[in-house]
Design a protein around this ligand. Structure first.
Ligand code: FAD
Length: 357
């Protein structure tokens, strides 16, 4: 039986960065990725998202980030990842969707992990989990949600602005996606209503690196305490760009509090008035895709997976590294986490070999 030193699960920004650093350290590993092609979640982003719209894609280690500002993000980034995998000869197997990871105790007493995908399995001393959030769109439960006769969509399935032509659309959520999609939908829709739980925080000055670091530090603090992570973007504040000025002029960024109930034809607002709607678009974010790790019992009592001070090692099981989770859920964070995870794997292998000698 082949035993790897590490199995990386997921080949987005975080998994590729981890694989690069594992390779540099000479640590034997394989990368398993559920998608049919390179690109991580970027290959599934909506067609109208251009490289100009994204906040910036950090370069993968030892490469330059893509320069095509006009191109579609779901084409440019997958092409970049694909050529990166080839240039660095990274061992990615796809499509392989991991459904569970289990701990086993062989006779020599040195525990191992078995990574299962259907009837295939890989045995390893450590794992680096890099499965992102895209496969776990989050829709909060609101009274009456099942009674709505119109259409409900999540940003993960955003079909582009034309779909909303002439419709009355409720957009739910206070993050960057809601702002961006309102910018596209409001100019073609019959009307839009933007609702958020908390009043949005607009950036008043240019977003500085210090403000970015402070935002990441807040999320880091949450995962060190074992709390469920928040999105990094949720703490950086919002800004309107040129392409959102038309929607602004139409009043689309007048924010309303959450509706109290969803009714068959629309939503009921806290002041008792109703707003009739054809579509509810949930721009309510994503949750970490970690169900396959459940057999390892990593969750703390606070509901999140507690990570150590280096930021990637699970406190409950140091054989497990989590990258692209919590504070590292951005392209720059994912990059750094890949390096930290490879160091964490090396530390664990070292402890193992000292324990056996
Ligand atoms: P992903 O890119 O999601 O990759 C995860 C990989 O894991 C996928 O290839 C998937 O197939 C695989 N996988 C999932 N489950 C399994 C499984 N069970 N078994 C095997 N493989 C699995 N960040 C920025 O820095 N700048 C931006 O401009 C920016 N814009 C964004 C725009 C949108 C609309 C969104 C939603 C996010 C944006 N982000 C941005 C955040 C950024 O995209 C992510 O933080 C980062 O790309 C995530 O990389 P990742 O490697 O963690 O995950």
């Amino acid at each position: 039986m082949e035993v790897y030193d590490a199995v990386v699960i997921g080949a987005g920004q975080a998994g590729l960065s981890a694989a690069y650093h594992l390779k540099r350290r000479g640590i034997s590993h394989v990368v398993l990725d559920a998608d049919d092609a390179p690109g991580g979640a970027w290959q599934h982003r909506w067609d109208s998202l251009t490289m100009h719209d994204v906040h910036g894609i950090a370069a993968l280690p030892d490469s330059d980030s893509p320069t095509d500002a006009a191109g579609r993000a779901n084409v440019v980034v997958p092409a970049y990842f694909g050529s990166y995998e080839r240039a660095h000869d990274l061992a990615v197997l796809r499509p392989v969707r991991v459904d569970r990871v289990e701990s086993v105790l062989p006779e020599d007493g040195q525990s191992l992990l078995v990574v299962h995908a259907g009837d295939r399995s890989w045995t390893t001393r450590t794992i680096v989990n890099a499965t992102g959030t895209w496969t776990q769109p989050y829709v909060p439960h609101y009274p009456g949600i099942g009674t709505f006769r119109g259409e409900q969509l999540h940003t993960a399935g955003y079909p582009g602005p034309d779909h909303f032509r002439g419709r009355r659309v409720v957009v739910v959520g206070g993050g960057a996606s809601a702002v961006q999609l309102l910018g596209e939908i409001a100019p073609v829709a019959a009307d839009t209503l933007w609702v958020t739980r908390r009043a949005p925080v607009w950036r008043t000055d240019d977003f500085t690196p210090e403000a970015g670091r402070a935002a990441v530090a807040l999320v880091e603090d949450r995962v060190r305490r074992g709390l469920p992570p928040r999105s990094v973007v949720s703490v950086t504040g919002l800004a309107l760009r040129e392409q959102e000025r038309e929607a602004e002029r139409l009043g689309a960024y007048e924010r309303h509090p959450m509706f109290t109930v969803i009714e068959p034809d629309g939503v009921r607002m806290p002041d008792g008035t109703s707003w009739s709607a054809d579509t509810i678009l949930w721009a309510t974010g994503f949750r970490p895709a970690i169900a396959h790790l459940a057999p390892l019992h990593l969750r703390s009592e606070q509901g999140g997976i507690q990570l150590d001070h280096a930021g990637t090692t699970a406190v409950a099981d140091p054989r497990v590294q989590l990258v692209g989770y919590g504070p590292s859920a951005s392209t720059i964070g994912a990059n750094r986490a890949g390096r930290a995870a490879a160091a964490g794997v090396a530390r664990r292998l070292d402890q193992r070999s000292r324990a056996s000698s």
